[in-house]
Design a protein around this ligand. Structure first.
Ligand code: TRP
Length: 332
């Protein structure tokens, strides 16, 4: 019998993956499969709570899946699927809508933020998003849900809804724990090292699929210091730009800060910045090439997401049947 604990996470196909996503998180996911039974899905149903261009959504869903595989998420060892391919998400999502309170949903900070940002499209789905997310999670009876800071509130709500449901109907859902992933490198923007690397500032953001010459150009233009020291020294408070570049270089080469300082002693930023660029380019090259290869192999990609959906459906439907029975739906 498989004794591994279950872990599940959803990823919104709403933007292109970048170096911060990779070094900060995805890089560590491959090894999780050794100790956990992992489910990852492209949360396309969540993504449409904000208006999308259909062709872009379809392309990005497949591109992201290909990129995750290229980053080391082995489809043989992980269950990778597309949310909308497993109808149980929508089905349990509806049920849980009826067990989630208006007041609870009104308190969600993500709803408040997103409705402020998209004033022309404050739709019902944006409001009930957390009930769908609770369904995503509870269908698989996971032990752990790895999420970032911004999703903690939704995970708390998931636990509340699950407890409420179990309290009425007995033990239907496992109560999942949030999982705080092993900290990866914290990568800051190349043009603004005081905030995290983000796709919203593209000049300071290195995308996984970017061409080497574009990556190199971004590193050459990276902010270093306002001082005139021109010396590669690790001093995050005084020299945040240099520290960020050193962190990146350390993450991709495995070298320590002392080793990096020694390597560039007396050489200045003019040598250091392109060296970081080169090291990043070589790290990303195999990922980019593999993702491109997978994207071209449509039959392979399709076989991955079909097998994933089949495996996920089997587990999800078991929970859904139990729920339907408990709440009094006539068996199909
Ligand atoms: N809401 C998550 C985000 O925006 C994505 C997501 C959807 C998710 N369903 C999930 C994450 C279930 C973890 C578990 O990042």
């Amino acid at each position: 019998m498989d004794e591994k604990k279950v872990m599940l996470s959803g990823i919104q196909p709403s933007g292109d993956l970048h170096l911060g996503n990779y070094l900060g998180a995805i890089k560590n996911w491959a090894e999780r499969a050794e100790s956990f039974d992992c489910y990852y899905f492209m949360a396309d149903m969540h993504t449409i709570t904000v208006r999308q261009n259909p062709a872009d959504l379809r392309r990005r869903t497949l591109e992201q899946l290909a990129q995750y595989i290229a980053c080391g998420l082995d489809p043989e060892k992980n269950t990778l699927f597309i949310q909308s391919h497993v109808p149980a998400h929508a089905e349990l999502g509806w049920v849980l809508n009826c067990y989630t309170m208006f007041g609870e949903l009104s308190r969600m900070t993500q709803f408040k933020d997103k409705s402020a940002k998209h004033k022309d499209n404050i739709n019902g789905g944006l409001f009930t998003y957390p009930a769908l997310m609770a369904a995503d999670i509870l269908l698989y009876q996971p032990d752990y849900v790895p999420v970032g800071e911004d999703q903690k509130q939704h995970c708390e709500l998931t636990r509340d809804v699950a407890q409420r449901f179990n309290h009425i109907y007995g033990d239907v859902f496992k109560i999942p724990e949030p999982y705080i992933p092993k900290a990866g490198a914290r990568v800051m923007g190349l043009t603004a090292p005081d905030s995290k690397m983000s796709k919203s500032i593209p000049e300071g953001c290195v995308f996984l699929m970017e061409k080497p010459e574009d990556i190199q150009r971004k590193f050459k233009r990276a902010i270093t210091d306002s001082d005139t020291e021109n010396c590669v020294r690790y001093a995050p408070a005084e020299k945040p730009g240099v520290a960020n570049l050193m962190n990146i270089y350390s993450a991709v080469t495995g070298r320590t800060m002392e080793e990096i300082e020694a390597e560039f002693a007396g050489q200045g930023y003019g040598k250091f910045k392109p060296a970081v660029g080169d090291a990043v380019i070589e790290t990303l090259r195999p990922i980019r090439e593999e993702a491109q290869r997978i994207l071209k192999d449509k039959a392979y990609l399709e076989s991955v997401y079909k097998a994933g959906a089949e495996k996920a459906s089997y587990v999800a439907n078991k929970t859904l049947r139990k729920v339907y029975k408990k709440i009094g739906f006539v068996a199909r």
